[in-house]
Design a protein around this ligand. Structure first.
Ligand code: DX5
Ligand code: ZN
Length: 216
């Protein structure tokens, strides 16, 4: 069976003890940390910036998966790169020169991803698939943790799987929002490679057990 990566989202962590929570999920077997960056403009919530990421970088060697829910990724991506993230995912819905940004992020030596909100169809990013390392399918409206999984996003995951496999693109599929032990098998069967999970893991009485329960 193919390997599934679990990326706990620090959005549901205790921000006063971020390093502790990150180390906890690391000990529980996480390989990635999903970092939700929100600017209060692209989404109706504000989280953290590069300063926090830079400090967190000193606490762990885990792969930092930065999900930029910001209006102006062109302006800020390099700050996150310098802070030590390993992957930068920005949204297709922002207005910018996407091909240029993809190229810039890649040539800085890290990986690049494109995220799509629930209302954005796969056809919108089809042409970019050969140039990116990851595509992130949002299964909730971006902005907040703890929302319910939108099951009608499953066909999008399947469609992407098909496109990627048929064309042998070097791109993996990440699913983000409402992932728990009930919804993870749906995503895995549809073709997901990476599952983001915030509240389900970090609010669990036993995060390690919760994390393992996502792997069918
Ligand atoms: C939502 C974020 C998600 C969020 C997921 O905008 O992109 O990464 O943290 O949280 P859960 O797993 O609680 O839905
Ligand atoms: Zn996210």
């Amino acid at each position: 069976m193919k390997k599934i990566i679990i990326a706990p989202s620090i959005l549901s962590a205790n921000f006063a003890a971020l390093a502790q929570d990150v180390n906890m999920v690391e000990n529980a077997g996480a390989e990635w940390i999903h970092i939700d960056v929100m600017d209060g403009h692209f989404v109706a919530n504000i989280t953290i910036g590069p300063v926090v990421v830079k400090s967190l970088r000193k606490a762990t060697n885990l792969f930092f998966d930065a999900h930029l829910m910001i209006t102006n990724p062109e302006k800020y991506w390099l700050d996150f790169r310098k802070a030590g993230v390993n992957l930068i995912t920005f949204h297709d819905e922002v207005k910018c020169d996407k091909r240029r940004l993809i190229k810039d992020i890649k040539s800085s030596g890290i990986k690049v991803g494109i995220a799509i909100k629930p209302k954005t169809p796969v056809s919108k990013i089809k042409e970019l698939l050969p140039c990116i390392d990851l595509v992130l399918v949002m299964t909730v409206e971006p902005g907040f943790g703890g929302q319910s999984f939108m099951e009608d996003m499953t066909p999008k995951i399947k469609k992407l799987r098909q496109l990627i496999d048929e064309n042998k693109y070097n791109c993996i599929i990440e699913v983000d929002g409402g992932i728990n032990s009930r919804t993870s098998p749906i995503c895995i069967k549809a073709g997901a490679d990476v599952l983001v999970s915030g509240s389900y893991i970090l609010s669990a009485p036993n995060p390690s057990k919760a994390l393992k329960s996502l792997l069918i």
